[in-house]
Write a protein that binds this ligand. Structure first.
Ligand SMILES: *Cc1c(COP(=O)(O)O)cnc(C)c1O
Length: 317
């Protein structure tokens, strides 16, 4: 970061920002990409561009854009949210659910539904992965109903690693995608929102409007470039999550099988368990009524072993 070549990215561009944006556009198989300070801003920009005030949008139930962005989709983008059921699998709607919720073009007085938001991996479903064929079927259902598609790919890198495919295989047919550098990849800050060249040109205007334009951004982009070098090692986090899940199951915990780097465990007393874990020096949070553990670049396999030993020691604590 200290050695990054910089310019003024609000005025006339920053070379390190450009390098990061081009590299990510290529990885995601999109024409163009724009750095944004956070995933929330990336999603908000996309929704602002895809929706007009009073438009309805479809999103998978418990999606980040529905539950974890303080209503920005409504407040800033003017959208009316319509959650889609997890009727295909946890975190995954079926194409039929998309078709049903989209409805058909009606007379002028009908509510408009121009957008489907997908999320891969699905955070609240415990990092659940949607594969390329399933994704293609969802995109096809959206297209057939005249919907555009935004993919919240905050964790798309984990989905690609888990499936053994390129990230670009998970964006086929989507109009825009948001991807985070700051989750499993470990950058301190930064996400990208990607789409067509025209989409990104408009996105740059909206980013400025939201206060997300930065001047010597190369300092931050440099951290993003380092983060991308970790793409090939995400499987380590997934291995660590499986190790943790197996160890917890051996201790008698009711664990949901992890798809990626998130482990959800069902416990009788969530609050009490979060306290016990904290006392044991094992940091976890809660999600969907479960204890939620996340593995990442700073958690080694030895440390998973140590965490399991400490959890075992607290079993009746
Ligand atoms: C973390 C996350 C975001 C938002 O990213 P921030 O950088 O925290 O704003 C959006 N979508 C999903 C699925 C996420 O996991």
């Amino acid at each position: 970061m200290a050695a990054a070549e910089v310019g003024d990215d609000v005025l006339d561009g920053d070379p390190t920002m450009r390098e990061l944006e081009e590299r990510v556009a290529q990885l995601l198989g999109m024409e163009s990409a724009l750095w944004v300070p956070s995933g929330c801003m990336g999603n908000t920009i996309a929704l602002m561009l895809h929706l007009q005030r009073g438009d309805r949008f479809l999103a998978t139930r418990a999606a980040h854009v529905l539950d974890n962005e303080l209503g920005a989709a409504a407040w800033l983008a003017g959208g009316i949210p319509e959650p889609l059921p997890w009727d295909a699998a946890p975190g995954r709607p079926s194409p039929e659910a998309v078709t049903k919720a989209a409805g058909t073009n009606g007379p002028y007085y009908r509510l408009r539904t121009p957008l489907l938001c997908l999320e891969n991996t699905h955070n609240a479903a415990g990092g659940a992965v949607t594969g390329p064929e399933e994704q293609a079927a969802l995109v096809a259902a959206a297209r057939a109903a005249d919907l555009r598609v935004h993919l919240d790919g905050a964790r798309i890198w984990n989905a690609a690693a888990a499936l053994g495919v390129k990230p670009s295989e998970l964006t086929v047919g989507v109009d825009s995608v948001q991807a985070c550098l700051s989750k499993g990849l470990g950058a301190p800050v930064g996400s990208l929102v990607a789409g067509s060249r025209a989409f990104v040109e408009e996105a740059r205007r909206v980013r400025k409007m939201l206060g997300g334009g930065v001047r010597q951004g190369g300092v931050l982009a440099a951290a993003g470039l380092v983060a991308l070098d970790r793409l090939d090692r995400l499987y380590e986090d997934h291995d660590a999550a499986r190790q943790l899940a197996t160890g917890l199951a051996e201790l008698g915990w009711k664990v949901r099988e992890p798809h990626t780097n998130i482990v959800l465990a069902e416990v009788d007393d969530l609050h009490q368990w979060l306290g016990r874990l904290r006392e044991a020096g094992v940091l976890a949070s809660s999600m969907d009524g479960c204890v939620r553990f996340v593995t990442h670049r700073d958690v080694s396999r030895q440390e998973i072993g140590e965490a399991l030993r400490r959890i075992a020691g607290r079993a009746h604590g």
